[in-house]
Ligand binder design. Structure first.
Ligand code: FPP
Ligand code: K
Ligand code: ZN
Length: 513
């Protein structure tokens, strides 16, 4: 939960940065401890919280003794004295989450021995099936995002262990008219192709799988269209004439890799003007320009770092070459790890998307999903380069780079709608939706499992040459029950590994078009 520092940097003289809302550092110099006491704070709730902190264990509504570490039941001991709109929102969010974290929220009748609610699997399954059906008229603004809804629901259902094959025929029929002759998929018939909707459509098709499904995708026009999006500076526009950002870099890389799209640029690609000859040339160099002074990654060079873009950037680099080569080559990894670590808050346990903003369940994926890629970057393929990881001192008892149990606690306590509605959410005050259900579950999976980068491709150009393996994360205490484990999802493609493999295998047999 504390920001990481590479070993050796500890004794350098530099101003000590205090990250707000982070767990108190027991090694911090004495005068820094309890700095929050300087802040004038007389509210009743805070007194109550201080009193709670002194209690050795919480008692659940059921009278059963449940021990919850004070880290999750009390306000952060280190606080900045400056009050701002952001600090007040943060305080309100802590107040909002504490009862849920302390097993006092609604629906906590059904919690486990650790005071954590079970995963309400059946309700979430029902919620996702419902989102895939006809939606009420108020959803009409979401019409261009329909492929996203397919992806979020099918990916969410897969994570919940559901078979999604039954959606095959319906999906084919629905997405066929969304494909443009000029390449790519739009959000609906007659709309413009967009990299985000194309990415969501192709992942949805891969999720249901099968040759007739893959056959829907016109690879030749997809290639032409991707070439038209490739820019002279190496990046990708989201749509012809649209914005160029790191989502484009990730979506394009995923499409090229899953569909085995030929890399050679068409003669009329705008990128040819800068001498580029293939879809991937200059892309990693463009992505590198998105790492900011904070260490995080922004949508495009020069703007604010955000967790969603960190995932896109790491995912893209992990496609361009094996992550232990591409990530350290283009990013300052210690600074990125420091920034990613600062995304996890206490007492909430979940991640925020950016500095001084609030915890949100969807960052369980956007930030949580960065860790397996960072680990692969640090460790290299299984073993040999594991020494690189020794340069980092794991701060968690279970050797993880992030607080797995803290994240699981946030997800199960705060991220679930335990009412009949079901679904997962940003935070307790927000309604569940398909987007959060997908990404909260994906983050839960990332916290419950250990991905290992098993072997690296011999040549960067062999895009399907990396091997990944996954197993349950077993080190340290397990605070969720086995029945609450979700399925796994590929760390780069965010669909089940066997579905990504099947898709790559099908298209690998296509030479040219
Ligand atoms: C800010 O929202 C959110 C962003 C700046 C990033 C959104 C991007 C994604 C979710 C990634 C898309 C990825 C692909 C693959 C297309 P906010 O201001 O409402 O939230 P915040 O306060 O948490 O930053
Ligand atoms: K948000
Ligand atoms: Zn969110």
């Amino acid at each position: 939960m504390r920001p990481m520092r590479p070993r050796g940097s500890r004794n350098r003289t530099r101003p000590r940065v205090i990250f707000l809302h982070q767990q108190q550092d027991p090694h911090a110099p004495r005068q820094l401890r309890g700095i929050g006491r300087l802040a004038k704070d007389t509210s009743e709730s805070r007194k109550k919280m201080a009193a709670t902190a002194a209690e050795p264990a919480m008692r659940s509504a059921h009278g059963e003794g449940v021990s919850i570490p004070p880290l999750f039941t009390t306000s952060p001991p280190i606080r900045d004295a400056l009050q701002t709109e952001s600090s007040m929102l943060q305080d309100e969010t802590i107040e909002e989450c504490l009862p849920f974290l302390a097993a006092e929220g609604e629906g906590h009748e059904h919690h486990n021995a650790h005071g954590i609610p079970h995963l309400y699997r059946d309700r979430h399954v029902k919620f996702l099936h419902k989102q895939l059906g006809l939606l009420p008229a108020m959803f009409k603004a979401a019409d261009p995002s329909r492929p996203w809804i397919f992806y979020w629901c099918l990916a969410g259902l897969s994570l919940l262990g559901q078979d999604v094959d039954s959606y095959r025929a319906k999906l084919i029929e629905t997405v066929r008219p969304m494909q443009n002759e000029t390449g790519g998929f739009a959000g609906g018939f007659g709309q413009t192709s967009h990299l985000a909707t194309t990415y969501a459509t192709v992942l949805s098709l891969a999720l249901v799988g099968g040759e007739d499904v893959y056959g829907v995708i016109d690879r030749r026009s997809m290639w032409k269209w991707l070439c038209s999006l490739k820019q002279p500076d190496g990046g990708f526009q989201m749509a012809v004439g649209g914005e160029e950002d790191v989502r484009g870099a990730y979506c394009a890389a995923v499409l090229v890799s899953l569909l085995n799209i030929p890399l050679e640029l068409s003669p009329d690609s705008p990128a040819r003007a800068a001498g580029h000859t293939d879809l991937f040339s200059g892309l990693a160099e463009w992505v590198r320009r998105c790492q900011t002074y904070e260490g995080g990654v922004s949508a495009k060079p020069g703007v604010e770092a955000h967790g969603a873009y960190a995932f896109c950037a790491l995912g893209c680099l992990s496609i361009l070459d094996s992550p232990h080569r591409s990530i350290p080559k283009y990013f300052d990894v210690p600074r990125l790890v420091s920034w990613l670590s600062a995304r996890q808050y206490a007492p909430e346990g979940g991640f925020s998307g950016r500095t001084n903003k609030l915890v949100d369940g969807c960052y369980s994926h956007w930030v949580g999903g960065c860790w397996p890629l960072i680990e692969a970057a640090l460790n290299g393929p299984e073993g040999p380069a594991a020494q690189a990881a020794a340069d980092y001192t794991p701060l968690q008892a279970d050797d993880s780079l992030f607080g797995r149990n803290a994240l699981i606690r946030y997800i199960l306590c705060c991220g679930q709608d335990l009412s009949k509605r079901g679904g997962m959410r940003d935070k307790p005050s927000k309604y569940s939706d398909a987007y959060h259900t997908c990404y909260v579950l994906s983050g839960l999976s990332s916290a419950q499992h250990q991905w290992r980068f098993v072997s690296a491709r011999a040549d960067a150009a062999v895009l399907d040459g990396d091997a990944w393996a996954v197993s349950p994360h077993i080190k340290g205490e397990q605070i969720f029950d086995e029945e609450d484990r979700v399925c796994t999802t590929h760390p780069v493609f965010v669909i089940p590994q066997h579905k990504a493999d099947a898709c790559q295998k099908y298209f690998a047999s296509k030479q040219g078009f």
